[in-house]
Design a protein around this ligand. Structure first.
Ligand SMILES: C[S@@+](CC[C@H](N)C(=O)[O-])C[C@H]1O[C@@H](n2cnc3c(N)ncnc32)[C@H](O)[C@@H]1O
Length: 284
């Protein structure tokens, strides 16, 4: 990484507060998130009056890399650490242990930051989150970046669709397609499961698999394309290739990080995150 480039991997000491675990692949996620936050705030700070960061699944602020003693700042604190600050941070988290630890850490490391916390299920709280997002006006031009980092497919497309209606808002979304979709396909094919229906906002998706028009092995590809199509329908440009995160040793895919912007310039920015990754993790 070039000198002066923001390093999103920020090692910290155990501070005695709650620290959840994350797999070794967490670092890749942190590099992409931190890289984009850095590029976004640096490139946009003079062009917009207000830059807003929204984290729908914030976590506790620190995370321990599983099987090691390494502790890192996680998503919200990485975004707060970027050289140029966002004007507002909206941090959402449903787990009280995580949220309390996050609040304490933010007050300790970033006492000056303008932070609003939203406690609870982000899918259910979407109207409250929208209220918290500053609106664009003739006096104030507002640009937002939303990081979406669920454990599973527990993200309703309706949540993303409603947030996108606030105006200019880029999304970096962790699509837990291999972690969750692949492992649970047979549960999802069952009509009683609503998870995939809500993830892609489509209740008829099973038909193509049941009629044999699509082979089961194409399930992940189908979900990935469907997600892009959904985003295009709500005004997003063709996304750049998704970054696939794999388990290091055995080359098994785990999840995709997908970036969506309403403007080609967002994609240009996202392509630049390449420089935050090591060569074997490259994006394209
Ligand atoms: C995969 S962790 C991500 C943590 C963090 N973004 C990071 O950088 O490591 C998902 C977090 O979302 C929280 N969570 C899970 N479901 C949620 C929901 N429906 N709404 C808000 N938070 C949720 C969990 O408690 C957990 O802290």
């Amino acid at each position: 990484m070039a000198k002066n480039t923001f390093n999103p991997i920020i090692s910290v000491e155990d501070d005695g507060l709650y620290i959840p675990e994350v797999g070794a692949w967490g670092d890749e996620k942190y590099k992409l998130l931190g890289g984009y936050s850095d590029i976004f705030t640096t490139g946009m700070k003079n062009l917009w009056d207000s830059l807003v960061y929204i984290d729908l699944f914030s976590g506790a602020g620190f995370a321990r890399i599983k099987g090691t003693s390494k502790i890192r700042m996680s998503s919200a604190l990485i975004a707060l650490s970027a050289k140029h600050k966002f004007d507002k941070y909206i941090l959402c988290e449903e787990d009280d242990k995580c949220l309390n630890a996050l609040k304490t850490r933010v007050s300790k490391y970033f006492p000056e930051a303008n932070v609003q916390y939203i406690n609870g299920d982000s899918n259910k709280n979407v109207e409250e989150i929208i209220k918290a997002i500053p609106k664009h006006s003739k006096d104030e031009k507002v640009l937002r970046f939303c990081f979406v980092d669920p454990f599973s497919l527990n993200l309703k497309f309706a949540t993303v669709r409603k947030l996108s209606a606030v105006g200019k808002i880029d999304f970096l979304i962790l699509l837990a397609l291999h972690m969750d979709a692949n492992r649970n396909l047979f549960n999802y094919i069952n009509e009683n499961s609503k998870k995939v229906d809500e993830f892609i906002e489509d209740t008829a998706w099973r038909d193509q698999f049941k009629k044999g028009q699509l082979p089961i092995k194409d399930f992940i590809r189908f979900l990935s394309k469907k997600y892009d199509d959904n985003m295009k329908k709500i005004g997003y440009v063709e996304p750049v290739k998704k970054h696939q995160v794999k388990i290091d040793d055995i080359n098994v895919p785990l999840y995709y990080l997908a970036f969506y912007s309403k403007h080609e310039r967002g994609n240009d920015f996202f392509r630049k995150v390449e420089k935050y990754l090591s060569p074997q993790q490259s994006l394209f």
